[in-house]
Design a protein around this ligand. Structure first.
Ligand code: 6GU
Length: 248
C-alpha cells in the first residue's frame, strides 16, 4: 500500500512514520509513504500558498492551485485514480471499520490543510472522503493523517508479526482487550490471576472473554450495547432453577 501525504510540513510527517512499526514496514517495502510538499507547487517566487478569504474574516486560506498541481503530480505516479482523504474536523469520524476499508486500497492520498482551511473549489474537484479523528480542533491535518496511516498500515499484510495479528485485538470483535500480565508472578503484592497459571487453555480463553465483556461494559457502554445486540446467542438467559419451597 502506498500513502501519499500532501502537506506543508513533510518532515513532521516523515519523521513520525519512519519510527517504530511503520518505519520497519517502509524499510521492508511492505508499505510506502511519501510526504509531498504543497509549497513546491506554488507558482510564485516567494513560494506563497495562502491568501485572504473573499468576504473577509480572520485568517488565511490555502489556495486552490498549488493543492491541485500537487495532486496532479502524485496522480502521475499511480496506476488508478486514488481516493483523496481530506483531514478536517468537518469529516466523518475515523474508526476501525474505515481503517479496514482504506487498507484495501492500493494508493491513498491524504490531504492536510492548514491556516483556516483550503479553497472549497479544489476540494470539490479532488476530495473523495472527508475524515475527522474526533470532536476537537487541531492546528493542522498532519497529526490526523499520521493517525490514519498508522491505523491503516498495521492492517496491511506482513506489517505486524503473526504473534500480534490484528484479529486478536480490541475492536476486531467489537470488545476492548482483556487485562494482561507478564513476570513476575507477584508485583507490589498483586498476584497474577490464578486461571492464567492453570495451563487450561479453554478456561483461559473463557476468562479473557469474560474480562473483555466486563471491561467493555465498564469503560465503553456504547460498544457493549452494540456487542450484545450483535451476539444475542451469548446472552440467552439460563432456565431459572425452581425455587425450593420453604419447609418451615
Ligand atoms: Cl482531521 N483536522 C483538524 N485540523 N482538526 C481535527 C481533525 C482533523 N480531526 C479532529 N480535529
Amino acid at each position: 500500500m502506498n500513502f501519499h501525504i500532501m502537506t506543508l510540513f513533510p518532515e513532521m510527517v516523515m519523521n513520525a512514520l519512519s519510527e517504530s512499526i511503520t518505519g520497519r514496514a517502509i524499510t521492508n517495502g511492505l508499505i510506502s509513504a511519501e510526504a509531498v510538499n504543497i509549497r513546491d507547487y506554488a507558482n510564485n517566487k516567494h513560494k506563497k500558498v495562502d491568501d485572504y478569504t473573499y468576504g473577509g474574516g480572520a485568517g488565511m486560506l490555502m489556495q486552490a492551485d498549488p493543492v491541485y498541481l500537487c495532486y496532479e503530480d502524485i496522480k502521475r505516479k499511480t496506476a488508478c485514480t486514488p481516493r483523496v482523504v481530506y483531514l478536517t474536523p468537518q469529516g466523518n469520524i475515523f474508526d476501525q471499520r474505515m481503517a479496514e476499508e482504506f487498507s484495501r486500497e492500493e494508493d491513498l492520498i491524504l490531504l492536510c490543510g492548514h491556516y483556516e482551511g483550503i479553497d472549497e473549489r479544489v476540494l470539490e474537484e479532488i476530495v473523495t472522503d472527508y475524515v475527522s479523528i474526533g470532536d476537537y480542533i487541531l492546528t493542522g491535518g498532519e497529526l490526523a493523517a499520521m493517525i490514519v496511516v498508522d491505523a491503516v498500515s498495521r492492517l496491511c499484510p506482513g506489517v505486524l508479526s503473526n504473534s500480534d495479528s490484528p484479529e486478536t485485538e480490541s475492536f476486531s470483535d467489537g470488545l476492548l482487550e482483556y487485562p494482561q500480565y507478564s513476570r513476575p508472578e507477584v508485583w507490589h503484592g498483586k498476584r497474577v490471576p490464578e486461571v492464567l497459571l492453570s495451563g487450561d487453555h479453554a478456561k483461559v480463553d473463557a476468562w479473557r472473554h469474560d474480562m473483555s465483556l466486563l471491561r467493555t461494559m465498564e469503560r465503553r457502554f456504547d460498544l457493549y450495547k452494540k456487542y450484545v445486540q450483535s451476539h444475542p446467542e451469548e446472552f440467552v438467559p439460563k432456565k431459572p432453577r425452581r425455587k425450593k419451597k420453604k419447609t418451615d
